[in-house]
Design a protein around this ligand. Structure first.
Ligand SMILES: *[C@@H]1O[C@H](CO)[C@@H](O)[C@H](O)[C@H]1NC(C)=O
Ligand SMILES: *[C@@H]1O[C@H](CO)[C@@H](O)[C@H](O)[C@H]1NC(C)=O
Ligand SMILES: *[C@@H]1O[C@H](CO)[C@@H](O)[C@H](O)[C@H]1NC(C)=O
Length: 439
């Protein structure tokens, strides 16, 4: 039985191809000019590394010198990001999360790094990161304390923004713990955005405003987008399939609200990539990579790049999948339908191309096949009149040319995903390839 899903696209589909064409082409152009944070940043989703999921709040450098939150960790990761191909495929921001601070502000009210774990200070670390051609991210909190209990920025927004700018910081993740009211939360996120702007330094602003607001108040994403470059909607990701699945479920259940608001300069943030850690099978890692590309999500890895497996590295560095994530049309994908424990997601791309992901959610049995009719994809246009289909994950291979009225059979492992790219071809190209194939 088909699960009926209310989708923003179904209405358009009924009105036919001409309107569907307008929908796709005109919406990105027809947006009001001033609907995003005007700092020129995050025109495509931010890519980089963030320490939280893998290293959390480990401050014990005596016993665990290699995995505690210290300048050594960030220097080593930066070194590898620059030398091991990460920077080359786009991972640029190396980001500090909670637990970098000393327990008290300095005599002038400024935040300071823990002097034992960051003996050189953040300015020095930023210089090092910049010398590798990378950018540095830092973490603070809108309330009275950070989530781990370090000094919060409430009452210090201007001082902290200026401190980060003076240090040469390039991104701020602003958390929402220890905040006693929705007014303080909303005002705080706005004030910090304005304070960052006043420093004159280009600093990507990563918010958790809707996540903390949601239990009490429906977030106004139009407003959030005016102040933030990306925003978390859903609780922290864990290194588990359950966590990935919950994130995808939440996203598809709320897609009518959150998908239209994403675009260049402002993105929904489903949290870190946990590929290369302990909790996900190979197929589940493929699912995370494919769906984070479909969702136009920031790609912030949280893993140990010093010891990552070659398979995880190849998946995270897959240029074709990254190209979907970074596609310049800048439209977030959505779940098209869900049936028989399969989920079909699609994302419109530049030049009328589409990315399609088919997830097999069944956690029992072996690989299952799913046959997709091509007329059902891309509002009827993805393969009209015909298209070239390339499978990107789990294997990269050209599947060849397909006609609009044909269908494609796929086989998908339990909890795995097949990621496809569909390129429309002109009739001339199509006939040529049919002719040359038959020669
Ligand atoms: C600050 O905001 C103004 C107007 O919104 C914008 O033109 C400017 O580029 C911003 N500056 C920075 C550093 O983000
Ligand atoms: C911070 O603490 C002060 C003093 O208890 C309180 O007045 C203020 O509302 C708190 N701010 C936030 C954002 O929780
Ligand atoms: C949401 O915020 C926008 C921009 O600040 C504003 O124009 C709009 O009225 C708000 N919507 C609601 C329902 O409050």
């Amino acid at each position: 039985m088909m699960t009926a899903m209310v989708r923003p696209v179904s209405r358009v589909l009924r009105l036919g191809c001409v309107l569907a064409f307008c929908f796709q082409v005109l919406v990105p152009c027809g947006l009001p000019g001033a609907w995003g944070l005007d700092n020129g940043l995050a025109m495509t989703p931010t890519m980089g590394w963030l320490h939280w999921e893998r290293f959390m709040c480990n401050v014990n450098c005596q016993e665990e010198p290699d995995s505690c939150i210290s300048e050594k960790l960030f220097q080593q990761i930066a070194e590898i990001m620059a030398s091991d191909g990460w920077k080359d495929v786009g991972y640029e921001y190396i980001c500090i999360d909670d637990c970098w601070m000393a327990p008290e502000r300095d005599s002038e009210g400024r935040l300071q790094a823990d002097p034992k774990r960051f003996p050189g200070g953040i300015h020095h670390l930023a210089d090092y990161v910049h010398s590798k051609g990378l950018k540095l991210g830092i973490y603070a909190d809108v309330g009275n304390k950070t989530c781990a209990g370090f000094p919060g920025s409430f009452g210090y927004y201007d001082i902290d923004a200026q401190t980060f700018a003076d240090w040469g910081v390039d991104l701020l993740k602003f958390d929402g713990c220890y905040c006693d009211s929705i007014q303080h939360l909303a005002e705080g996120y706005k004030q910090m955005s304005l304070a960052l702007n006043r420093t004159g330094r280009s600093i990507v602003y990563s918010c958790e405003w809707p996540l903390y607001m949601r239990p009490i108040f429906k977030p106004n994403y139009t407003e959030i987008r005016e102040y933030c470059n990306h925003w978390r909607n859903f609780p922290d990701i864990y290194d588990s399939w359950e966590s990935i699945r919950n994130t995808l479920d939440w996203t598809s259940s709320n897609q009518e609200i959150i998908v239209p608001v994403a675009g260049p300069g402002g993105w929904n943030d489903p949290d870190m990539l946990v590929i290369g850690n302990f909790g996900l099978s190979r197929d589940q890692q493929i699912t995370q990579m494919a769906l984070w590309a479909i969702m136009a999500a920031p790609l912030l890895m949280s893993n140990d790049l010093r010891s990552i497996s070659p398979e995880a590295k190849a998946l995270l560095q897959d240029k074709d999948v990254i190209a979907i994530n970074q596609d310049h049309l800048g439209k977030q994908g959505y779940q098209l339908r869900k049936e028989d424990n399969f989920e079909i997601w699609e994302r419109p791309l530049l030049n009328l191309a589409w990315a399609v992901a088919i997830v097999n959610l069944k956690e029992i049995g072996g690989p299952r096949s799913y046959t997709i009719t091509l007329t059902s994809l891309g509002r009827g246009l993805a393969c009209n009149p015909n298209c070239l289909i390339t499978e990107l994950l789990p294997e990269k291979r050209k599947l060849g040319f397909y006609e609009w009225t044909s269908s494609l059979k796929t086989q998908i492992n339990p909890t795995g995903t097949v990621l496809l790219r569909l390129e429309r071809t002109s009739s001339a190209q199509f006939s040529y390839s049919v002719v040359s194939d038959s020669l």
